[in-house]
Write a protein that binds this ligand. Structure first.
Ligand SMILES: Nc1ncnc2c1ncn2[C@@H]1O[C@H](COP(=O)(O)OP(=O)(O)OP(=O)(O)O)[C@@H](O)[C@H]1O
Ligand SMILES: [Mg+2]
Length: 376
């Protein structure tokens, strides 16, 4: 890629074989979850033990991955139903559970059961754990970190929340640290630390003013939360630093997923540029839902097919001509992304007739991951 970054891989197969972590990012609905599953499937075929972390998979895709039973937030081994995993590879999948992951962190860093209970039962925490901006991204990164250290797996493929902004994910671990560093919360925690009554006198007018805006219940809940949280900031901050280091590690590779349309390619270019600016780089791009190639066929005129009326035959040829035209336009739309990330590999995955709803249809698309671009 043109931007600097630790991208030392040459082909899509290298990316799948040589990464410890693969992050699939891209804008909404382009096929990030599908692609993460496909990469996982191929990695398992190559003999790796891979776990795919999905985020809100479409119902049918969750079914395909065997995750619909109770939408599991613990890794589930996927049986090789109809798909030969070969070479001792294993594929596991799980769903990101933002709130449960956050609870797990609280359990790790709290001093005792009482502190755990105080935090987990706090209303402000319950709302924040699921809804604070960046929490989902951070917990995805946190889950990635935990799985990376789980010796059942040698590759973690992580799907990301839909985002136009690659930094949402890269930056997420820092969001929580900054939040904990914020002056207001330092003030809020001060009284318990110094053993004084709840608000220091200097802070009182300030908190009264906030209480009028957000409501005194909310304020009291958030104060109780920050007081309960006191002492855990260092652990959280150090963990966030580890997560950032993993996201930037040499064997962590970012794959940009896009569809072959001008608008999503423009977004993918923007995403790739941001990753490049951050020194992360793009290891590969996957363009999903490309109009399949039907080989090089010149649409003839006046061909007779026995048993078919001339109108039917010419309508079919016309249709083929139109599909070829769509494919040409799609390939043209990719050019800005190709130019930006070359020599990083680019895979084209074909548009299937229907939705992806089982391992066979995933496999059908997966076959194309390592094909030369013109053979998709
Ligand atoms: N190549 C394809 N051919 C046909 N259907 C596809 C293809 N790729 C993905 N789909 C279908 O498109 C839908 C969206 O795909 P997917 O959920 O992977 O996108 P996403 O980028 O993860 O979406 P979100 O941003 O909402 O998380 C799914 O129902 C999936 O089965
Ligand atoms: Mg998704």
């Amino acid at each position: 890629m043109t931007a600097d970054g630790p991208v030392a891989v040459g082909s899509m197969r290298d990316v799948v074989q040589q990464s410890d972590v693969i992050v699939c990012c891209g804008s909404g609905g382009v096929g990030k979850t599908t692609t993460a599953a496909i990469i996982g499937m191929d990695a398992a075929r190559l003999g790796r033990s891979v776990v795919v972390v999905t985020i809100d998979p479409a119902k049918r895709l969750a079914d395909a991955l065997g995750l619909s039973m109770g939408l599991s937030s613990a890794p589930q081994r996927i049986g090789g139903v109809g798909v030969d995993m070969g070479a001792g590879g294993e594929m596991w999948a799980m769903m990101l559970d933002t709130a449960a992951t956050f609870d797990g962190l609280v359990r790790i860093y709290a001093d005792d059961e009482q502190q755990i209970d105080r935090i987990l039962s706090n209303r402000f925490y319950r709302n924040m754990a699921g809804a604070m901006s960046g929490t989902q991204e951070y917990m995805a990164a946190e889950t990635l970190h935990a799985l990376h250290n789980d010796n059942r797996f040698d590759l973690v493929v992580v799907d990301t929340p839909p985002s136009r902004n690659a930094l949402d994910f890269l930056d997420a671990p820092g969001v929580l640290s900054r939040f904990l560093d914020h002056r207001v919360f330092k003030l809020a925690m001060l009284p318990t630390r110094s053993g004084l009554k709840v608000f220091g006198s200097a802070a009182q007018p300030f908190f009264k003013a906030i209480g009028r805006v957000v409501g005194s219940d909310v304020l009291a809940d958030s104060m109780a939360f920050f007081q309960a949280f006191s002492g855990m900031e260092t652990g959280f901050r150090e963990r966030a630093d580890d997560v950032v280091a993993l996201l930037r590690a040499e064997r962590t590779n970012f794959v940009v997923v896009a569809s072959p349309r001008h608008d999503t390619i423009t977004e993918a270019v923007w995403l790739a540029q941001q990753l490049g600016d951050q020194g992360v780089g793009v290891a590969a791009a996957i363009i999903n839902r490309v109009q399949p190639s039907f080989g090089v066929i010149d649409v003839p005129t006046g061909v007779e097919v026995p048993g078919a009326s001339r109108d039917v035959v010419s309508a079919l040829w016309k249709n083929l001509g139109e599909l070829q035209q769509i494919r040409r336009a799609e390939l043209e739309a990719l050019e800005p992304l190709v130019a930006l990330i070359e020599p990083a590999p680019i895979a084209l995955l074909p548009l299937l007739d229907g939705d992806i709803h089982d391992l066979d249809s995933l496999d059908q698309v997966a076959q194309h991951l390592f094909l030369e671009r013109n053979r998709c």
